[in-house]
Design a protein around this ligand. Sequence first.
Ligand SMILES: Cc1cc2nc3c(=O)[nH]c(=O)nc-3n(C[C@H](O)[C@H](O)[C@H](O)COP(=O)(O)OP(=O)(O)OC[C@H]3O[C@@H](n4cnc5c(N)ncnc54)[C@H](O)[C@@H]3O)c2cc1C
Length: 442
Amino acid sequence: MENIADVIVVGGGTAGSFFAWWMAEKGYRVRVFEKQKLSDLGKHIEIFHMEKIRLEEFNIPLPTPPELIHTEEINFSYSPDLKVKVPVRGTFYVMHMPRFIKRLHTYAQKAGAEFVEDASVEGVIIENASLVGLQINQNGKNYEVRAPLIVDASGLAAAVRTRLPESFLIENSPVPPEDCLYVCLELRSEIPEGFPTGSNGYMYHKAFWNKSYGDDVVLGIGQPNSFEYAWRKHKEWREAYFGDPGKVVTRRQGAIPFTRTPFSLVGNGFMVIGDAANQNKPFSGEGVTSGFTAAAIAVEVAHSAFEKQDISMKALWDYNVRYQRGQGAKFAASFAQLPATVELSQKDVNYLFHKGIIFTSDDFEALNRNYEIRFNPTKLAKIALTLILGVVTGQFSGASLVTFLQTSSLAGKIKNHYQKFPTNPAHFKYWAETAQKLWSRA
Ligand SMILES: Cc1cc2nc3c(=O)[nH]c(=O)nc-3n(C[C@H](O)[C@H](O)[C@H](O)COP(=O)(O)OP(=O)(O)OC[C@H]3O[C@@H](n4cnc5c(N)ncnc54)[C@H](O)[C@@H]3O)c2cc1C
């Protein structure tokens, strides 16, 4: 069978469309297979947000209404007892996801990429240890397609990655429910006076109350395990903090991976990007712009591999190196620290907010901008002293302090290890074994 394109992209969501767009701009023949109708994409989320700096970073023209719902300059983060309200500055756009995806499709199509809708990838074709094609089911009709490079951008399903054989050295297991975030959004209107306005985060509950269309609001939460569990937590949080204000207009829900990125993201003829590669931000689960970061690297590496006429794992390896040493290292460090923050009690979190530790404007802004908080020795000493004081005075738990210190040290080691991701694939096995040992302690 002949190749139908230079590149096949599986999934026409944000990561797949972005990748298809920039590969097509570079002159490659790109075909995107999407299992849903293109006009349905993003409807399950409807409203989302993105920082202005990221749109600029990725050369995406800024949105305008009706795709742009409104702009926020500040987001407030609350302590669980609501006594501390921390302003977090930074311009972000609240946007309409289906319209944003449609705009990305238009850019990709104008550059020459073709989209095939209602076409679900149901199998992989491996020959001579390379991924050479896919089995497609389109409206009940089965057929095969081939291309030198196949990119998995199929979101949480990871439709290609999870079908690859062990010999590809790529972790191929699906993300279990306890390592996913089930995100539930409730849009409400006719909110009486006296309730929050603008953007408000309740990080202890992993929940938010944000402005949506006009005077309407969106109440969201992200929780593990199942939609049922997440909606239950949504109700508990909403009732405890706000009661039952206004009226429910509609509900939206979707699941995203919330776990570390696989150690390797490439194989012979294969790359994986976006949610299919668990590239979501550890402090929020958001994945649109972090997926763009990965996709932008993947485009450059794929282009260089095509120029060398070599689409082997070795030729694509630089995507692993650049991703894991950069965003990957920062995200890995944050994920390693996650147990210390998500398992804190309300009392502990209140103490941190009240004493201005970690949950400060500067720290939140650093996380949004740089994906990490840097502690200088003076700041670290101050944090340690304040935490010890908290334990001595009974305001912060001793167990949390121990977890905090252990995970901070481990996070540093993990980040350091990722920054030494091997440039030579021959050294990968040893690197991955050490990484696995570090993660087993996280
Ligand atoms: C309710 C909710 C709110 C969110 N809010 C934000 C936010 O405000 N900001 C932010 O940055 N992130 C947010 N996220 C996360 C963000 O939506 C994802 O991280 C991002 O969209 C991932 O993009 P992706 O292209 O990798 O995957 P997806 O957007 O999931 O796209 C994957 C595509 O692949 C297709 N596909 C799946 N299987 C197959 C198959 N077998 N064959 C062919 N096609 C297939 C799917 O139909 C889908 O269209 C939110 C997520 C949810 C659920």
